[in-house]
Design a protein around this ligand. Structure first.
Ligand SMILES: [Zn+2]
Length: 269
């Protein structure tokens, strides 16, 4: 029975029709294996139901959480006019653009999805979101505005977690997102040792951005200047809130004279 596993992506039984097979296999009865497969799928679906988190439609791929339609229907674009920033932020010197895939509302759908990614161990969510983000990055900043299309090399840089935090979680969600962005765009992801986080600071929401950036001073250390010099660096994170983290990373990167530094996140709070 384990011989049935060659076709993991086939959620519906349409491929069993022998459209172009030779007539030498007249007694090749496909009804029974297809029935077993359907039964197997059905059992899996009962044991671990996988439905779109946005609309409840059954999903054919078990490692996905969103159907094809929901990314376009359940979320809003924080930057429809393709400005250099979402919501008229004042960008610090040296940041080319700040963009995000979707608006982030506390208690909303994206909030729930980010929670799955960060606190429920659902690592595949990072890749799925990252893939959508990577497509957006291409459309908007390479093919669209051309901000990143001057031929200089690009690099995706996930915001590092403090090693202790990463050990607790078992992974860095920003790196998973960057992996999905790579899958969609082909842009390489920086080595995990390129930038390390030395301070484990909690977000101090009562302070202003400038004060928070002072508190984060020295939190990130760039280990290899030549990997950054002359490149367009895209800092990747899950949610952009105040910018204190990503802008502090950007400051550290400026020491190595990149072609540009930008920020792309999944959520825009
Ligand atoms: Zn859906």
């Amino acid at each position: 029975m384990p011989a049935q596993h060659q076709d993991p992506e086939n959620g519906h039984g349409s491929q069993e029709l022998p459209g172009n097979t030779s007539p030498e296999t007249p007694n090749n009865k496909t009804a029974e294996p297809a029935g077993i497969r359907a039964l197997f799928e059905g059992l899996l679906q009962v044991a671990f139901p996988v439905n779109c988190i946005g609309c409840g439609t059954a999903l054919p791929v078990r490692t996905r959480i969103l159907c094809e339609r929901c990314p376009h229907e359940q979320f809003s674009d924080p930057n429809p006019a393709n400005e250099a920033t979402c919501e008229n932020l004042i960008l610090p010197d040296g940041i080319m653009f700040q963009d995000a895939l979707w608006k982030y509302d506390k208690g909303g759908l994206l909030n729930r999805i980010i929670h799955m990614l960060k606190y429920e161990g659902m690592q595949h969510v990072g890749e799925e979101l990252g893939f959508l983000a990577g497509r957006r990055l291409l459309e908007r900043h390479i093919e669209g505005s051309g901000r990143l299309a001057d031929g200089r090399p690009l690099l995706l840089l996930p915001v590092p977690l403090h090693p202790k935090r990463e050990q607790q979680r078992g992974y860095n969600q920003a790196r998973l997102i960057a992996g999905g962005m790579h899958a969609a765009s082909g842009i390489p992801v920086a080595d995990a040792q390129l930038l390390i986080r030395e301070k484990n600071t909690k977000t101090q929401t009562k302070f202003k951005l400038s004060q928070r950036m002072v508190n984060l001073k020295g939190a990130f250390v760039l280990n290899n200047y030549s990997a950054v010099e002359g490149r367009h660096i895209i800092i990747v994170d899950d949610v952009f809130t105040t910018g204190s983290t990503t802008f502090t990373v950007a400051q550290e990167l400026q020491k190595a004279q990149p072609a540009s530094v930008s920020v792309f996140t999944i959520g825009m709070a």
